[in-house]
Design a protein around this ligand. Structure first.
Ligand SMILES: Cc1ncc(COP(=O)(O)O)c(C=O)c1O
Length: 427
């Protein structure tokens, strides 16, 4: 049984006597043999404040001492106050929220339910390469067939997927300077020919995370906003990965000057990895009844304590300003790696959310080299990184916790460069 558990917990299925990670400290993970690793992936992109931020730890411990669960039929000040604090920080058109999820997947399901119930319409537009979750339905609306393959119910008759704004590998074989933004222009064709004629919403990640850190070109969100407004389609920003400061803004949609009608948050919302999710939306969309969408551990008091403390840290300190400033430096350091390493085909990102596209000399994706770089970084340079598309992609993601200092960023890029050199030398 333990061998099976280990395989689930580790891609490389280590031997039973292999060193184990026993402690996290700030942006570091520490093994029982004393080795210290820099976590440049922020866990599963869900540790904006690192592993053990004292204010979050304190808030969680204090809440556990009082109670860890209350039935939703019992009144508590925790839920409404936490939701109010979150909404206060949200873009001005957002005035309401639903707080009954623990994961990004079900938060996205909730957002689609809101769009469908409020509009009376059915279809959901989403993008190739998108990742909106692991439930059957969110797998159905995500843009990857490899995750649907063996699960016949992971399909939705109302899902319409369209080419992503992926300029490095444009679906239309065009270039940003002259394409006229065909990835938006052609949506009209999908509405006309591929939909049921009843489109409720479009769900988009501000930066496509799992798909490969794909940053839409300037003007993309303004163009889809215009198109959605003209067609009475609600916009959902899936900020599960990009929200809570990752881009240097509390909400990633703010970074793109985009005002979606619904925003989903999870991952970073719990600060140090405490699971919690939220769905925020315009007041007119407050249509759900409690039986429509609710889970036993929704609005869990421990999760809300972590979220409230996380918001306080992000609001009161210099964290977001640091991410905006240092993020520019991180981009410059990674850009310099592209000059040095022939296998890097593109460098893109914002704040503390960057990706390096690893290409073959002919420009095609080099998936095996991508995986080799990630393995070399961990095995020889004590640097934890993650790849894209569950190992099917060719992007190395660099996403340190938001508390990483300028010095930490330099360390990460130096170690990453050494790992790439190792792999390039090996052929
Ligand atoms: C953009 C995005 N949406 C949704 C999800 C699903 O979130 P969860 O794993 O918390 O269900 C993820 C997870 O990686 C994600 O990156």
């Amino acid at each position: 049984v333990s061998r099976v558990a280990l395989k689930v917990l580790s891609d490389s299925s280590p031997a039973l006597n292999a060193p184990q990670f026993i402690r996290g400290e700030g942006i570091h993970l520490i093994r029982d043999d004393g080795a210290v690793f820099v976590d440049a992936a922020s866990g599963t992109f869900n540790l904006p404040l690192g592993y053990n931020h004292p204010e979050i730890v304190e808030a969680v411990v204090e809440q556990v001492r009082r109670y860890s669960h209350l039935s939703s039929t019992i009144r508590t000040d925790r839920g409404p106050n936490a939701l109010d604090e979150l909404i206060e920080q949200a873009p001005s058109n957002i005035q309401a929220g639903w707080f009954r999820d623990l994961t990004g997947s079900t938060a996205n399901e909730c957002a689609v339910k809101i769009a469908q119930k409020s509009s009376g319409k059915t279809d959901i537009l989403s993008l190739f390469l998108s990742h909106h979750g692991q439930t059957q339905f969110t797998t159905a609306i995500s843009g990857n067939s490899f995750r649907r393959k063996q699960f016949p119910d992971a399909l939705s008759p109302h899902s319409i997927k369209m080419p992503a704004p992926y300029c490095h590998r444009c679906f239309f074989n065009a270039t940003p300077s002259s394409c006229g933004m065909m990835c938006v222009e052609k949506i009209g064709d999908f509405l006309e020919h591929a939909s049921s004629g009843s489109v409720a919403c479009m769900i988009v990640e501000p930066i496509l995370g799992n798909g490969g850190n794909i940053v839409p070109p300037p003007g993309y969100f303004q163009a889809i906003s215009k198109l959605c407004a003209e067609n009475d389609i609600l916009m959902i920003a899936d900020e599960v990965q990009t929200g809570m400061g990752r881009t240097g803004h509390l909400f990633a949609s703010e970074a793109f000057d985009w005002k979606p009608n619904i925003i989903t948050l999870a991952k970073g919302l719990g600060g140090i990895g405490i699971p919690v999710a939220a769905v925020l939306y315009e007041a007119r969309l407050d249509v759900l009844d409690s039986h429509d969408h609710s889970f036993t551990s929704g609005a869990n008091p421990v999760a809300l304590a972590a979220m409230t403390a996380t918001l306080k840290v992000l609001r009161s300190g210099e964290v977001l300003a640091d991410v905006r400033r240092n993020g520019v430096k991180l981009g410059a350091l990674l850009g310099a790696l592209k000059e040095k390493h022939r296998s890097i085909g593109d460098v893109r990102g914002l704040g503390y959310m960057w990706g390096l596209e690893i290409d073959k000399p002919d420009g095609s994706p080099d998936v095996s080299r991508t995986e080799a770089i990630i393995k070399a970084a961990a095995a020889s340079h004590n640097l934890i990184l993650r790849g894209s598309r569950y190992g099917f992609g060719n992007v190395v993601k660099v996403r340190p916790p938001l508390i990483a200092t300028e010095g930490d960023l330099e360390t990460i890029v130096t170690r990453l460069s050494r790992a790439i050199t190792d792999v390039e030398r090996a052929g």
